[in-house]
Design a protein around this ligand. Structure first.
Ligand SMILES: [Zn+2]
Length: 214
């Protein structure tokens, strides 16, 4: 799987620095296994962070805090075992598998509207969800009061910014408005992190929004 659309470099830098909000960090973690381009950027940013740390002047440490840190390090497994996960198009991305299992189709999808189902991922305060949209379905036109980071897991959609296929990421901020439409015969499944509710521009979607929990 190769990607044509990637997260914004500033999102990757924040991810490397550990300062990206958790739902967005999860979307990027799910994109990285299939994207060498972004893995390289993240590892370069981590190298820069490390060399900045190395340039800091050491400060003397009190005997008490030194023994506390040594005791803490004793408890850490030096080589934590890395579980190996399968990540294919249409399956749940590896970083989410411990929480959700492997099969996207076994989740309890909830119908939002004709042609549109969602699964809100527990533990992210409603800010990380999977959307499954049927072929030919058009999402209501919306803008964002905050950012929206989307990773396509299966199928594809097109909007004002181009065509997004499995592995692609759309990194949108609050200034843009778009209307994605699923453009193949296959359901389009996306992982979406939002940091604020979407703002629908049409009247009907605006009226329905409180019931749909979008
Ligand atoms: Zn990428």
């Amino acid at each position: 799987m190769t990607s044509a659309h990637h997260p914004d470099p500033s999102s990757l830098m924040s991810y490397a620095a550990g300062s990206l909000p958790e739902p967005s960090a999860m979307v990027i973690a799910c994109h990285l296994p299939s994207c060498e381009h972004c893995r390289k950027l993240v590892s370069e940013a981590e190298d820069v962070g490390r060399s900045l740390l190395e340039q800091l002047e050491p400060v003397p440490m009190s005997e008490g805090s030194r023994s506390q840190i040594l005791a803490m390090l004793d408890g850490i497994d030096p080589e934590p075992s890395q579980p190996v996960f399968r990540t294919d198009t249409g399956s749940i991305p590896a970083p989410l598998q411990p929480m959700l299992g492997e099969d996207l189709h076994r989740l309890h999808w909830r119908t939002l509207a004709p042609g549109m189902k969602q699964f809100v991922i527990p533990a992210y305060a409603g800010k990380l969800r999977l959307l499954k949209i049927s072929p030919g379905t058009c999402m209501p036109k919306h803008s964002h009061s905050g950012s929206e980071l989307t990773l396509v897991l299966q199928g594809s959609y097109s909007d004002e910014f181009g065509r997004f296929c499995a592995g692609d990421v759309a990194d949108l901020d609050g200034d843009v408005s778009h209307q994605p439409i699923v453009d193949t015969h296959e359901d389009c499944i996306c992982l979406i992190a939002t940091d604020a509710p979407l703002r629908f521009t049409g009247l009907i979607p605006r009226l329905l929004q409180p019931f749909f929990d979008l």
